[in-house]
Design a protein around this ligand. Sequence first.
Ligand SMILES: [Zn+2]
Length: 268
Amino acid sequence: MEAEASPSGIASHLRSALGATRHALAATSRLVLDIALPTLCVSCREPVNGEGVCAACWAKLSFIAPPFCPRLGIPFVYDPGPDLLSMEAIANPPAYQRARAAVRYDDVARTLVHALKYQDRTDLAPTMGRWMARAGQELLADADILVPVPLHWRRGWSRRFNQSGALARVISRESGVKVASEALRRVRATEQQIGLSRAQRASNVQGAFKVAAERNADIAGRRVVLIDDVLTSGATTDACARALLRAKAARVDVLVFARVVDTHKAPI
Ligand SMILES: [Zn+2]
C-alpha cells in the first residue's frame, strides 16, 4: 500500500521494530540495558538519573495544591474560603464524593501519561503513583480499598498492562490500602471518548461497567478510591462510580494522576 511505503509508514515500522527490540532486550537483561542505555526524560529526551522526568521538566509540571474545590479537586485561582464548592460541582454533581489529582493535564503531564500507557515506560509508574498518593492523602486516610479503572479487553490485549492497575499498586504500597483488581469490569465495549461531546461521552460509557458478582464482598460497605490516569470529562469515572455504588459501596472517591482543568470556567 502507498501509505506503507511513505516515509512516515517506514518510520512507524522502524519505531515498532525498535520498540520490539528494546522490549526483548529488557526482558533478557534489564541490568545490561540499564547500563547500555541511559534513561531518557520522557518529555525532553535528555538523559536523566533514575526517575523518568528531568529536573527541568519536573519544574514544568503543574502540581495541584490548595485552594481547590473540596468536591472535584479543581484548583481555585484564589481562596474562596473553606467548604465552598466550584460552579462545576454545583452544576454537575458527580456520582463520586471527592476527586483529587496530582497534576493538571498539560503537555508534560500528557507526555508522561502517554509514555506509561503506550510506550512501555512502566518505570514511570512508581514516580507517578507516589505523586498521586501524596495528592490523595486525605482520601486514602479513610479508604478501605483501591479499585483501578478497568481496560477495555481489546485494548488490554494490544497494550502490555493496565496503567491504572500499575498506579494502584504503587499507591497501595505507599498507603497500605489494598487493591481490589478485577472487581470492577467492563461489560460492554465502548468507543474511544476522544472527539465526543460531553453528553455523547456519558451515554457512551453508561452501563459499561459492573462489579463482578463473585467480587461483591470486596465492594459492599467499603469506602472505595477509584484509580485512573486521567480525568477528562469525568464520564468514565462517573460510570465506574455508579457501578460501585450499585454494588453498595459505602462511598466512592476518585484519585487520578492528571485532570483536565477548564480555565474558562471561573470558580465562584
Ligand atoms: Zn526533561
